[in-house]
Design a binder for this molecule. Structure first.
Ligand code: BGC
Length: 745
């Protein structure tokens, strides 16, 4: 075994430089927090740590009256009697901008004008692919599709526009981005992730945080983020949502923490906790994860919010607390600063008792409340807690729609093509399948409603695939034969007849909209009826283009072989229909790359960065399509991979360069991917790991030199002592088919 060169001081240093220059402002905020805390009663403080859902302050049974309206009495009860610090969510479905303005104004009037100290309420919302709870907002591809763009600039833009539209709704806090790593394809929240790779998730997460928060949370169009779900939520053994994960410390540090570290260093304001459990310990009660790692190691300075009802669940579900009160004590002492209670005031009552009894020290309350108030000051809520109506100007503007379309275009990933695509301008096509004529399948969960499945509430001016293709090719050239969509039986004779008059059949497969636990599945395979439909159509002998829409890679191996092309649409958002049509007819040259491994078989779920022993003795990484894969209508050639050093001193940088040429006859975008292999290590090392990427545009015959810089830190890993180390030795760089090796001294 070799000796580690050095142990990293995690991100403490990086974090302390992140906001260099803002010292004056932050000391001012700190003194305002101190002054305010000094004036607050225990009741007022404990109230700040409470978050309730809007139902609690709304009219009607369970707050669900339609049309939605706040109940002034319930509101005063929550804000004046229980001093709630935060409210979240929508009662049923998305509100208009005007309704948001009304209710945020109503809430803040009570909080700032009627309460003793005038502390504004912090409103929080899930705006996970745009301001999805504001009607008409710009709804982007879901994050798995944003990841397929491999373009941090597009993610940053998405975050900027989302922040703008959320703030335009009067809301300053967004429960996004999900930084869970998507390494289990069954998990119904895979679509909310940026995929399976540590580096890709970290880079896109950083871009999101910077786009949403900017450098000044007080700016009128910026919104505080909440990194979620810290940590280990995405790796349930069973694949089912909110179930147990077992993640040894080395694995946790190698695969699950780096993205949170990166986003914290970028200034992320809040963190939301994993609803489930890791290593037998519900994370809401895990002092080690919430303090030793999050605070001491990662230097997180913001506040920690629980997930929905998860403090209570320590008693009701996990049974690690023998009473609701013990659950509150455990969670607060483990590091939960704010509880998303969210349906009552029990947390307030119980925490108050606990402090009075001495079971929770005042100092812990001051710490939590101080963190919450700090964010309220930073967001400028004490100066102006009201919606800024001038932001209506760019809400859902043509400019934002164009940015959304640009993202969808770059997300779409061409996985197979024997030349049938792009379609010719005069092609006659039949479009069929359950995802052909619906907007909800392009958007899925977190769209207008939580489940995103209420098609009737979707905007009338957005195009599904059929409509978008008809707009491109002309209605007479595009025949839609509904099949397997809700309410339509499979009428194969009618379909076969239509296909016999067409040049190409476009078969749109995939998943219905879902979100969280309702999206659990027992089988990764796509439903038999859909596979049967595709097989029948393939049997007709007409060229078949499969389009897949969905949040996870459902198994379709048996139909891909017989199809002429496969287009992966993921969940491309409100402009997804248009973007897909543009790709199908060749107006857009596809450039998306898979952000996950597309499995071939249900029991061969291997990630791309597997270990050597997983591919020894006849075992193979032979997925249907590998991580990072995606075709184009043009071709690219790589040559001259060069390294600045054969032998790299430990403090030097390695310059890597490669020539990339467009060798086809269309302009196209290519994602140049740099992988590192550590040839020998004191713990077994992955066969390769993504360490850099760049998306470039090349005209036909154009060639470009692409350069990357690597440092020792990029060669680091979690060693036997569970600490990050760098070991000298031999490394291999791979870009495309080219490889070069060097030695780290
Ligand atoms: C989800 C979170 C979400 C919260 C508030 C929970 O069920 O796990 O991701 O932010 O609800 O809507």
């Amino acid at each position: 075994m070799k000796n580690p060169l050095f142990v990293f001081l995690t991100f403490a240093l990086v974090a302390s430089f992140a906001f260099a220059g803002s010292t004056d402002k932050s000391s001012n905020v700190e003194s305002r927090v101190r002054d305010l805390l000094a004036k607050m009663t225990l009741e007022e403080k404990v109230g700040q740590m409470n978050q309730v859902t809007i139902d609690v302050v709304s009219k009607g049974e369970g707050g669900r009256a339609e049309p939605h309206a706040l109940d002034p009495q319930k509101l005063e009860n929550a804000v004046l009697k229980y001093h709630v610090g935060s409210i979240l969510n929508v009662a049923n479905s998305a509100y208009t901008l005007e309704h948001w303005h009304e209710i945020i104004t109503q809430i803040q009037e009570v909080a700032t004008k009627k309460s003793r100290l005038g502390i504004p309420v912090l409103y929080g919302i899930d705006a996970v692919h745009g301001a999805n709870y504001t009607l008409g907002a710009t709804l982007f591809p879901q994050h798995i599709a944003m990841a397929a763009t491999w373009n941090p600039e597009l993610v940053k833009k998405e975050a900027e526009i989302t922040a703008y539209e959320v703030r335009a709704s009067g809301i300053p806090w967004n429960f996004s981005p999900v930084l869970d790593i998507g390494r289990n394809p069954l998990w119904p929240r895979l679509f909310e992730t940026f995929g399976e790779d540590v580096y890709l998730v970290s880079e896109l997460g950083r871009a999101y945080v910077i786009g949403s928060q900017g450098t000044n949370l007080n700016a009128p169009d910026k919104v505080a983020v909440s990194l979620k779900h810290y940590v280990g939520y995405s790796f349930p053994m069973s694949g089912k949502d909110r179930t147990q994960a077992w993640i040894p410390e080395r694995m946790l540090r190698e695969y699950f923490l780096p993205m949170f570290q990166t986003a914290i260093a970028a200034g992320a304001a809040t963190v939301m906790v994993n609803s489930a459990e890791v290593n037998g310990i519900p994370v809401h009660s895990d002092h080690f994860l919430l303090n030793d790692i999050l605070r001491d190691e990662m230097q997180f300075k913001g506040f920690v919010v629980s997930d929905w009802e998860d403090v209570k669940r320590l008693h009701t579900r996990d049974r690690i607390a023998d009473s609701p009160k013990e659950a509150v004590r455990m969670a607060v002492m483990a590091g939960i600063d704010m509880s998303m209670v969210p349906l009552d005031f029990s947390f307030y009552e119980l925490l108050l008792e606990l402090v009075k009894e001495g079971a929770v020290p005042q100092s812990r309350i001051d710490e939590a409340v101080g963190r919450i108030l700090k964010l309220k000051f930073e967001l400028g809520l004490f100066e102006n807690p009201y919606p800024n109506r001038s932001l209506k100007a760019k809400f859902a503007s043509a400019e934002f729609t164009e940015a959304n379309l640009a993202a969808a275009r770059e997300a779409i990933t061409l996985l197979k093509n024997d030349g049938v695509l792009p379609l010719s301008q005069n092609a006659k096509v039949v479009v069929t399948g359950p995802t052909a004529a619906s907007l909800s399948v392009l958007n899925s969960g977190w769209t207008i409603t939580w489940q995103g499945d209420n098609e009737a509430l979707y905007p009338k001016n957005k195009l599904n695939i059929v409509q978008a293709l008809q707009a491109k090719l002309g209605a007479e050239q595009v025949v839609h034969v509904p099949a397997l969509a809700t309410g339509h039986a499979l009428e194969m004779p009618a379909l076969a007849n239509a296909i016999s008059h067409a040049d190409v059949a476009i078969v749109c497969l995939g998943e219905k909209a879902y979100c969280e636990t309702p999206g659990n599945i027992d089988d990764l395979a796509l439903e038999e009826t859909q596979l049967a439909l595709a097989k029948e159509i393939i049997k007709t002998g007409k060229p078949v283009v499969l389009v897949f829409l969905g949040g996870r890679p459902r198994l379709i191996t048996e139909v891909v072989e017989g199809a002429n092309a496969l287009v992966m649409g993921y969940l491309p958002g409100m402009e997804g229909g248009r973007a897909l049509a543009e790709v199908l007819v060749g107006e857009v040259n596809p450039s998306g790359k898979l952000p996950f491994t597309y499995p071939r078989y249900a029991n061969a779920l291997m990630n791309y960065d597997h270990k050597p022993l997983e591919v020894a003795e006849g075992n193979k990484y032979a997925p249907l399509f590998p991580f990072g894969f995606g075709l184009s209508y043009t071709t690219f050639a790589y040559r001259d991979l060069k390294l600045s050093h054969q032998s790299l001193p430990q403090n030097a940088q390695l310059q890597v360069s490669v020539m990339v040429k467009n060798t086809g006859n269309r302009a196209g975008k290519e994602v140049v991917q740099l992988y590192v292999t550590d040839l020998y290590g004191s713990v077994s090392r992955p066969v390769k790991q993504l360490k850099r990427f760049a998306k470039i545009s090349l005209a036909p015959a154009e060639e470009q030199e692409v350069k990357f810089v690597l440092a020792a830190e990029d060669l680091s890993f979690i060693g036997r002592e569970n600490k990050r180390i760098v070991e000298p030795g031999q490394f291999k760089i791979t870009i495309g088919e080219l490889t070069q090796t060097f030695t780290l001294k």
